[in-house]
Design a protein around this ligand. Structure first.
Ligand code: GLY
Length: 463
């Protein structure tokens, strides 16, 4: 937990951004895997963590915007709880630790909400993403789960996005703590990758490193010789010489700040000339995109810049043709990179995505594109000092997408389908780092994870 003033200051700032009514913030609860007492690892709600810092299940909070009071609701441990889980701090002491004066039992929550409701006060709540909290909101507010997202408080969403988008110095320090774990995860994967090893052998060790860093993975590990599948969570393949292995993985600190890196490595330890050609294109696009980061520039323009580098490189190899700028404007490059360049990162790996991607990544000035590929860009708006984001271009040869576009002769002026066909089975390459937007430009966070062809190969050799 940060010190008490971090949380009191954040809540005071939130109050200044909202008009009136109450803010209702439920934390998360334990979720059963296969029976009630056998639960998934607990992950607290990030908004609750941001404003209240308490990382235990079964809590909720109300901020009263009219009288300024703050209350945490929860229950003290029963004797049974203490017998099974050991002594637990009282709710009052937990509330005091984060500067909250009032602590009440969970059973009081519905009375407080009902009272506000009866008085016609505004009840600000966020779009819920877990079934347990949807049921709670239904019980408290009498709003069906399917309608809750639409009735969530846009005022509250916008206020939280405004606060959480700009990371405090203490948050940057926390994110950088997880970077050492991320470095070890990726270096270990490079050292373990060789023909005959199963993906799950590497995945298990990598996840273990995240756990031994006193945190957890920041999202289910993507580690696959089928890197062309963007979020491939299966780890069943045996690695073979000549394949590429893509690992997209991140760690969370104990306080739940995330990292997110991708590296792609040749299973044999050396990139083939063809793999190297494609790798160098992605590498250049990533470096140039990072170099363009500074406050005031839209991330959408950096996405387009990266796309132009990719298309330019693919044209040099004969896979694309025609005018590069027109190809990118029209979306032809999306055959090779059908995703966005990156996203915000912080307490969530896709920071604040539960609040709605468009609120986080777009605004009145920059609207989301409807074009295939660019439409998946999660962050488009102008960058500000203090944003933390990922830069993750890639080139993928996706058989199903290739077949569809080829049949439709889509962008035939820009894509050399005969040449691209030769690459089906290649897999995919993505390279990703986490970047802090600074006053002057940017800082790549963390100890550098091997990234050049030479460094990746050298790390793999040093097994
Ligand atoms: N690195 C995984 C993701 O961005 O979804």
């Amino acid at each position: 937990m940060f010190d008490k003033t971090t949380y009191t200051t954040r809540r005071e700032k939130l109050k200044t951004l909202l008009q009136d009514g109450i803010v209702l913030l439920p934390g998360n609860v334990d979720v059963p895997m296969n029976y009630k007492s056998n639960t998934y690892r607990f992950r607290q709600d990030s908004n609750f963590l941001y404003f209240f810092g308490l990382d235990q299940q079964g809590l909720a909070a109300i901020i009263d915007l009219d009288d300024g009071s703050e209350t945490i609701f929860g229950d003290d441990a029963s004797l049974d709880d203490i017998i099974w889980m050991g002594p637990q701090p009282s709710l009052k002491s937990r509330a005091e630790a984060v500067g909250v004066a009032h602590a009440e039992s969970l059973s009081q929550l519905s009375d407080r909400v009902a009272d506000a409701h009866a008085k016609g006060r505004k009840i600000h709540f966020l779009p819920p993403y877990r079934a347990e909290n949807m049921l709670l909101l239904e019980e408290l507010l009498d709003i069906k789960p399917a309608e809750q997202k639409g009735k969530a408080s846009v005022e509250l969403i916008k206020a939280i996005v405004q606060l959480r988008s700009v990371k405090e110095p203490a948050e940057i320090i926390e994110i950088e703590k997880a970077m050492d774990v991320a470095w070890l995860m990726h270096n270990t994967a490079m050292k373990m990758a060789r023909p005959g090893v199963y993906e799950h052998e590497i995945a298990g060790v990598v996840e273990g490193i995240a756990l031994s860093g006193n945190g957890m993975l920041s999202f289910p590990l993507i580690l696959s010789v089928h890197g062309e599948t963007l979020h491939n969570h299966s780890h069943d393949n045996k690695l073979e010489g000549g394949q590429l292995l893509l690992m997209d993985g991140g760690a969370e600190t104990a306080m739940h700040y995330a990292t997110d890196h991708t590296r792609t490595m040749p299973v044999s330890g050396r990139f083939s000339p063809r793999q190297k050609d494609i790798y160098e294109i992605v590498f250049k696009a990533q470096v140039e995109a990072i170099n363009a980061i500074r406050p005031g520039v839209t991330f959408k323009s950096i996405h387009m810049l990266a796309a132009e580098h990719l298309a330019g490189g693919l044209k040099e190899l004969g896979l694309m043709k025609g005018d590069v700028k027109s190809a990118v404007e029209q979306g032809a490059h999306a055959l090779f990179m059908p995703h966005g360049l990156g996203h915000m990162m912080g307490l969530d790996v896709h920071d604040m995505e539960d609040l709605g991607e468009d609120y986080v990544g777009y605004d009145d000035e920059v609207k989301r594109s409807e074009q295939f590929g660019t439409a998946f860009l999660r962050l488009g708006r102008k960058l500000q000092q203090g944003f933390v984001l990922t830069v993750e271009p890639g080139i993928y040869f996706i058989p199903a997408l290739f077949e569809k576009w080829q049949q439709e002769k889509k962008f035939a002026d820009f894509i050399n389908y005969d040449k691209v066909k030769e690459y089906i089975g290649f897999g995919g390459i993505r390279i990703e780092d986490d970047i802090l937007v600074t006053k002057e430009g940017y800082r790549v966070l963390g100890k550098p994870i091997p990234k050049t062809v030479a460094d990746v190969e050298a790390t793999m050799r040093a097994k």
